[in-house]
Design a binder for this molecule. Structure first.
Ligand code: NPW
Ligand code: ADP
Ligand code: K
Length: 568
């Protein structure tokens, strides 16, 4: 798969383990060196934010995450910090054991118990190195109570939130799903909230999904020496099936994507407006035209060469106002729509916003039969749920919010929102005898059957799993909305866009604008996955640029500024 520069690659926990194992097996890099680099990255991040040495409490768990903790403690102590280290009396793996031994030469290790933790003096910084990517089941007993203490149970939240530094993740967070194991999926007050999370090599899905962005605080992605190895020896391992759109890093990519010459066959018409495509936005009956108009305006602003709004003839009168650039044509039934779509210059269709379920159901067949790139949103999704997926193709983009997703894919929604389905105890991914082969197998399986990959990654069924399964089943791109928007293609490729920083985007009509932006990008010839992912990013950027107080009508007008801010 071609990865464009500027996108941040995301690795599942299994992929991360396989990568580390392959690097170690190559003989070019040792586990101890990786752990030293990980510890150094965390210590550096702490010293960058607390420049004067102070008092730190480091909580070390039973595995390699704990090993990182001992490494951090040793480095901070050497830098003049006063340390208090709490750990377990188990025998960790060899690298963590070595780090523990090194720390033990510098200072004591108290047993990690609730009482000991509570009894200690107040610290400037608390380092959470209890669990990282190896969390396999909900924390229990003493460790669960300590994690709850970190969450600020008893009104201490503010006390910890500003002082908690998480190694890889706040403990208890599942780095594949972004949910806390053993806690309500929506999160509760006991989830630890870090000021800062330092992760290694690549972010994991859980940093962006569900509770992840809320609980991780500032996210630092530290190179621990795997980058160089990956670029040389590890090329074949490129696990780029999953890519996050992360606003600061996506800019270059959007520039390429939007202003690359349209890939559609009309490109040969050079600078003609048709070279930028023609988007058709289907509208609904009289009195319900606002949603489609919002979409049409967005499609124009994002650069579709022409945009036609198609309400029933009787509703044309509702659309007499601006923008004058918008064309209007009455379409009463599927025959009229099919006749209109016989014009090959129409390069994309959006149907659903304000359409009415009956009208959407009546017109859906003509949209799909035209084989055009299309966005199916709102009422078209409800109609689709009743009609079934027949006729969908790989240039369709479905844009459900959670409720529409549940109507379309009730069983997947049940898995996502029902009682958490824990995977059996660890897969032993890292212990695979041939990690190179293992990574290749993971990806070969995903090529053959994308759904085979899901459920293997983490203890919990994630929003990413759900979107991938849905896309594979529908044979279309699925964009599952929310503060974390997941976009998945039938071949298993996926993107994540995190919009936790812009809660004001959750406003009536915002989804209609998104449908219009994606339709405009499709009309311009962007492939469906790129149109959906780039659209989600630009939509969110428009909301960021406007700020609180936003209503959906404000979004299209922000798009020129968003493009300008990106230097376009
Ligand atoms: N070389 C490398 O690989 C590098 C790794 N790095 C670091 O290692 C971290 C991953 O290390 P990890 O795989 O050892 O997992 P970790 O998160 O420490 O926890 C696993 C331990 O916890 C246990 N356990 C799990 N759930 C439990 C529960 N509910 N309650 C109680 N116990 C539970 C589990 O036991 P088990 O499931 O086998 O019974 C196991 O003992 C990663 O996040 C990064 O920080 C970096 O240094 C870079 C180099
Ligand atoms: N909490 C949130 N923070 C940021 N964005 C959100 C949040 N919740 C929803 N969104 C985004 O707001 C938009 C709402 O779309 P949708 O639910 O279709 O609304 P409507 O049907 O009113 O247009 C989507 O782009 C979604 O991803
Ligand atoms: K941790």
């Amino acid at each position: 798969m071609k990865t464009r520069p500027g996108w941040t690659e995301v690795l599942t926990c299994a992929e991360m383990r396989a990568l580390e194992q392959a690097a170690m097996d190559s003989g070019k890099i040792t586990g101890l060196a990786l752990m030293e680099a990980a510890g150094a990255a965390v210590a550096r991040a702490i010293q960058g934010r607390w420049p004067l040495p102070g008092h730190a409490t480091v909580l070390c768990g039973p595995g390699n995450n704990g090993g990182d903790g001992y490494a951090v403690a040793a480095l901070l102590a050497r830098a003049g910090w006063q340390l208090r280290v709490l750990g377990l009396d188990n025998m960790p793996g060899p690298d963590a054991a070595e780090m523990k031994r090194r720390w033990a030469a510098l200072g004591p290790i108290e047993l990690l118990t609730c009482d000991a933790f509570r009894a200690g003096a107040d610290s400037d910084v608390y380092v959470d190195a209890i669990f990282g990517t190896g969390l396999a089941r909900p924390p229990e007993g003493e460790l669960a109570q300590i994690i709850a203490l970190l969450g600020g149970l008893g009104g201490d939240r503010a006390c910890f939130a500003q002082r908690l530094v998480a190694v890889d993740c706040p403990s208890g967070l599942c780095l594949d799903s972004g949910a806390h194991l053993g806690r309500p999926r929506a999160g509760d007050d006991r989830d630890p909230h870090a000021r800062l999370t330092v992760t290694f090599d690549s972010p994991k899905p859980g940093h962006f999904l569900e509770r992840g962005p809320i609980c991780c605080g500032e996210l630092v992605i530290a190179d621990i020496g795997l980058r160089q190895w990956r670029e040389c020896d590890g090329r074949a391992l490129r696990p780029a099936r999953l890519i996050a759109i992360w606003p600061p890093l996506a800019v270059e990519d959007c520039r390429a994507a939007i202003y690359a010459p349209p890939a559609n066959r009309l490109a040969k018409q050079g600078g003609h407006k048709f070279a930028n495509g023609h988007a058709l936005i289907v509208a609904g009956p009289l009195g319900q035209g606002g949603a489609a108009r919002l979409g049409a305006r967005a499609a124009l602003r994002i650069g579709a060469g022409l945009v036609t709004l198609a309400p029933p003839k009787a509703a044309l009168i509702e659309h007499l106002g601006p923008p004058d650039a918008l064309m209007r044509r009455g379409v009463d039934d599927d025959e009229a729509l099919a006749a209109m779509l016989a014009d090959p210059r129409i390069t994309a269709v959006a149907i659903g916003p304000g359409c009415g379920v009956d009208r959407a159901g009546a017109l859906l067949g003509a949209v799909l039969a035209s084989n055009r790139a299309c966005v199916l949103d709102a009422d078209a999704l409800t109609a689709l749920a009743a009609r079934g997926f027949e006729g969908l193709h790989d240039r369709c983009v479905l844009t459900p919010h959670g409720g529409e997703f549940a109507r379309l894919f009730p069983d997947l929604d049940e898995k996502l929102n029902g009682p958490p389905a824990l995977r059996p105890p660890r897969h032993g991914d890292a212990a695979h005898p041939d990690p190179m082969r293992h990574m290749a197998d993971l990806h070969a399986r995903a090529e053959a059957a994308p759904q085979a990959l899901t459920g293997r990654h983490g203890p919990l069924y994630s929003k990413l799993d759900a979107a991938r399964n849905a896309a594979a089943r529908a044979g279309a791109v699925v964009l599952l909305k929310g503060p974390d928007t997941v976009i998945a293609a039938p071949d298993g490729q996926a993107r994540i866009h995190s919009a936790h920083d812009i809660p004001w985007l959750a406003t009536a009509g915002a989804g209609d604008v998104l449908a219009g932006i994606i339709a405009g990008l499709l009309a311009r010839g962007l492939p469906p996955l790129e149109a959906a992912a780039t659209g989600a990013f630009l939509h969110a950027q428009a909301a960021r640029r406007f700020g609180p107080g936003l209503i959906a009508d404000d979004l299209p007008g922000q798009l020129p500024g968003v493009l300008r801010d990106m230097g376009l």
